[in-house]
Ligand binder design. Structure first.
Ligand code: PHE
Length: 466
């Protein structure tokens, strides 16, 4: 077959160091998931208890599966589709494991198609923040501004297009020239700006209430939908289950400790999400806004803060710029598995592969553009009302089903199908850490994912489309 001729392990290059990998993987993990999605799904799912389940999923499912996914990538040093094929062969397992790679490529396309539309919102808000309009608007005015914005499909389409072009510009350049350069200064700056926002939130009278909402669990609010959403979000926010972290792992130098780098990435990602929550919920309560207002949440709360704080025009502009960069570094990793595969198997150059993959993504994204205006049909998901048609469907399908399923298969492959001597060799760290990881990835993570997914299939019949 053609791929035997063209695919050589490591053909896409390598990160220049362990730190470069940590930055890039953190760049992939930290994105709209932390700053836009985490607060809004926390608001929709009642706060504290949801946050606790999410943290639990991060520790018991996310971290061990991240170690597994990086390990598989680094061992094979190819795109996820070919990596799974090569590893399955090496371990004497069925070639069907390749399907795991395929599912990831598909999930990446679907996620990026809507991710890019939301990133487009953030792009548009850079200019709103810079214009100073937030400082002369009331809470109602800011809500109305958002409503007007998303009801205009042409505007959303234009911003979506700009963002896709930005992603293409980086991905076409390849691993060290493109991906690595894009991530270096972002993380620290974003972190600092979030701290500024939390500082502002501390001085509003909603701070206590905001913290209580986030950190006081009320288990009566924990619905089955909330548990599934928390699980799905653990995968989404850590970029797991679709090959993004696997493909990044395939560019990781051999001598880096996978367990260590994974821990750093997981802690950074979780810290950013919690800080975002601590910045946003106090504002929600101080201004009498609705915690459960959905995807619009940060676009309705943060502009208020920027409108009122000293130097808000500057901070607001900077914040949305950083949010766009965070989304950018995540978007790159969503399409990388597909691009790497097209280069390996179809003899395309990186720019050609990038162009083709992003054209498809852009087209699918039109479904999300329309979800907020012309085609915003409603449906219910486990009794939860979903109001944004295709967008909500894509999000539920990818984050709540495809990623957990992909993660489950990764855990099974790494824990059960790979020879222990191979995984031990690749992880090559402290012995008891290895034993502990193996136990969790064999027994705990898969069991938890299976329980939640089975529950989903059991109650699928409750989902009705209006
Ligand atoms: N982790 C990214 C975020 O939180 C999204 C993402 C999901 C990126 C899956 C890659 C793969 O925004």
């Amino acid at each position: 077959m053609a791929q035997e001729k063209t695919v050589t392990p490591g053909m896409h290059g390598q990160w220049s160091s362990r730190w470069a990998f940590i930055l890039a993987a953190t760049g992939s993990a930290v994105g709209l998931g932390n700053i836009w999605k985490f607060p809004y799904i926390t608001g929709e799912n009642g706060g504290g208890a949801f946050v606790l389940v999410y943290l639990f999923c991060i520790a018991l499912i996310g971290l061990p599966i991240m170690i597994a996914e990086i390990m598989l990538g680094r061992r094979a040093r190819m795109s996820p589709v070919n990596a799974m094929q090569a590893l399955a062969k090496q371990e004497g397992r069925s070639p069907a494991w390749k399907i795991l790679g395929w599912m990831g490529v598909l999930a990446g396309f679907l996620i990026l198609s809507y991710y890019s539309v939301i990133a487009g919102w953030a792009l548009a808000y850079i200019f709103r923040a810079a214009s100073g309009v937030f400082s002369i608007s009331t809470a109602d005015g800011i809500q109305a501004m958002f409503g007007d914005f998303v009801s205009d499909p042409e505007a959303l389409l234009a911003w979506h297009t700009i963002f896709i072009v930005m992603v293409g510009a980086v991905v076409a350049r390849g691993v060290s020239k493109g991906l690595e350069k894009a991530t270096k200064y972002l993380m620290p700056s974003l972190f600092i700006l979030l701290l500024v926002l939390v500082g502002y939130a501390m001085n509003t009278d909603g701070f206590q209430q905001g913290l209580a909402f986030l950190f006081t669990p009320d288990f009566s609010k924990l619905t089955p939908a909330a548990v599934l959403t928390a699980l799905g979000h653990a995968f989404f926010t850590l970029s797991l289950g679709m090959g993004a972290i696997m493909v990044y792992g395939s560019y990781l130098p051999k001598n880096a400790s996978i367990a260590q780098v994974s821990l750093v990435i997981v802690i950074a990602d979780t810290a950013v999400a919690l800080l975002a929550g601590m910045a946003i919920f106090p504002l929600v309560f101080a201004n009498g806004l609705e915690a459960a207002s959905g995807p619009s949440l940060i676009f309705q709360t943060l502009p208020l803060a920027f409108g009122q704080m000293p130097m808000g025009q500057l901070f607001g502009t900077l914040f949305f710029i950083l949010l766009v960069i965070a989304a950018w570094t995540s978007a790159i990793s969503l399409i990388e598995p597909a691009v790497a595969w097209m280069v390996e198997n179809h003899g395309l150059t990186r720019p050609q592969a990038t162009f083709q993959a992003l054209t498809v993504t852009w087209l699918v994204g039109i479904g999300t553009v329309l979800s907020f205006n012309l085609w915003d049909f409603h449906f219910s998901f486990f009794g939860q009302e979903k109001t944004n048609g295709i967008f909500d469907m894509l999000d539920l399908l990818t984050a709540n089903i495809m990623l957990p399923l992909g993660g489950l298969l990764i855990a099974i492959f790494a824990g059960w199908k790979m020879k222990e001597s191979h995984s031990r060799d690749e992880l090559n760290g402290n012995r008891s850490v290895y034993e502990f990881w193996l136990f969790v990835v064999r027994w705990i993570s898969p069991t938890l994912v299976i329980i939640v997914l089975l529950h989903l299939f059991g109650v699928l019949k409750l989902i009705g489309i209006e």
